[in-house]
Design a protein around this ligand. Sequence first.
Ligand code: GDP
Ligand code: MG
Length: 684
Amino acid sequence: TSGFTPPGLNGHSGHAYATSSKDANHERVQLINDEKQFTTELTSQIRRWGLQDAGFDYNVVAVFGSQSTGKSTLLNRLFGTNFDVMDESRRQQTTKGIWMCRGKEMNVMVMDVEGTDGRERGEDQDFERKSALFSMASSEVLLVNMWEHQVGLYNGANMGLLKTVFEVNLGIFGKKSAGPSQRTLLLFVIRDHTGHTPLANLQATLTVDIQRIWDSIAKPSDLHDAQLSDYFDLDFATLPHKLLVPEKFEAEVLNLRGRFVDKARSDFVFKPAYHKRIPADGVAFYMEGIWEQVQSNKDLDLPTQQELLAQFRCDEIAGAALAEFNEQARPQRKPVEGGRVVSGLGGMMRAWRSGALTRYDRDASRYHQGVYNRKREELVSVIDSTLTPLFHGQLKNLAKQSLVTFKKELLDSLKGDGYDFAEIVGTARKGCEQRFLEGAKEALVEGTDWSYDEDLTLLSEEVQLVADQCRKDETKKMVNVIERNFKRHISEPVEVALSKAAPSMWDDILKTFKSILTKAESSYLSKARSFNCTEEENATALANIRRRTWIVLRSKIDEQTSDTAFLTRLRSHFEEQFRYDETGVPRVWRPDDDIDGAFKKAKEQTLELIPRYSKIKPLDAANEYTIDSTSSESLATGEDDFDFASTLIIFSDIKAIDLSNRFRRDADAYYVEAKRSTVSSVAQ
Ligand code: GDP
Ligand code: MG
């Protein structure tokens, strides 16, 4: 289809290379296929083209521009190559990739970039960007192909792509340390030029645009003042409409071709400054290296237009869904934080959540799936970060409420009589946990990893604590009742025994004490059975009972042996001996009566009582009672200052002496009175 005839001479190849042949010159190689793989054939193809020994005597040119702007047509015209041209009649799809041909009878490697016409732009962006960068980095002259009407239109002429490519090109290949700065010629070819706008004007517009793009790119910090002119030269050419003015078109193409072949021309494009200085036999390796760098560069993995759009729209849709969700959730926060159990909270949360997600899915699922899914996950996590505290708050409040109800139920049930404590606790506990579980299950939201196990465990522990405390209180109450009963039973026998003051009075008292204590202990044990008390608790309670009953006994004895009471008792004992005869008749003393003898006898008999009272000491050792104050039982009561042995002492020795002295004085008074009564009777 190539309609041009090359001039007889071309600038480069004055001689033929050994392995080249006319046929091989027409061979094309797909440098990069649509899998983005670099060909393994380039070295051998360069040999077949006869260029492997060309040294630096070759050039590389590539093309950049939107789809179907006649790029391949232009290259074929300029270089006599045979790149695929879109056939209007067949409209076949050209394969994606970068193709390379050798210029006809010229040492030029020509690269054509093909895309997929008619497909959505977004899908091609990755390849488009990478192939553009590759072309720019590997060629000496980059033909920037565009329609005249695209001039000045940022999007229309791929200027956005150019910006990215400039930026990444500078980032990867722009390092000054990478060697002598390599310049590239950007040759703008303006197609379908009508002539209404002179080239100079188009050139000015494009120059300003390109400069502006350059100024706006992000530059590496060490290249922050890099100038466009440090890396690129700009040149411009126009071509008339190929179909409307075919002759003019062909003429201008020929003229343009001259700039690639005629070294003598001042506007010859292959200036030495653009040459990469790679010997021809190293070009394959060199280009493959560039492609690898382009491929591995993360800066090029920019989101596609589709992704960008999806990000924007999915964010917007998620934002709207979230706003509605927040509106719904907000009013429930305060009550939950305030400790209230919000009834039906789980149902509400499920509705808000699924409402937001349904809304998001409805509007966002049409967009790029990767972005849609990612944004959905984000939305879910934001929603759940609002719901999770509500869930935990609800659980906490539920547990608190359940515990309060448990306590109340327990105490109510304990008000009556004849209850089985263990049964009451069991029932109340079951009800409490059931109420909690009911509420907790209601609050669950599917799709979350929420769990109420921890709260349930905590609640059970608290219920146990309350039950334990309650049992302790009940046990204490029971021990108090036992103590009161004991007091009632022990009082009279003690009073009677102490007032009789028989030698066996301690035997009698201790025997009675023991029998009442045994009853008290068994009454405790029979009730404690339903309390589920531990062995240790029982031991403690029993030790407590033993000690407290002993103290009750002791204080009854103290009451009966207070100084006044005891002295009264001694006095009345003495009186009975001294003032009454054996038959209980009051004595009237006569002068010949043996007052002294009777007085002495009564006094001595009475004084004998003091040691009997001074210590709890039964005649029969079998009646002795003791509390081992070092035993674990009594230690368990927590009062280790209880010294049982000392509680057996009613009077100390000094006290006994004091009491007997006081009694003697009383007795002496009786003696004097008796004496006086005889004197008075004699005097009558
Ligand atoms: P490419 O996709 O940029 O490589 O474009 P092609 O070279 O395959 O050409 C695409 C279509 O544009 C073909 O039908 C060509 O005949 C047509 N075409 C080629 N050059 C020109 C031109 O200069 N002006 C116009 N109007 N059409 C052209
Ligand atoms: Mg093409």
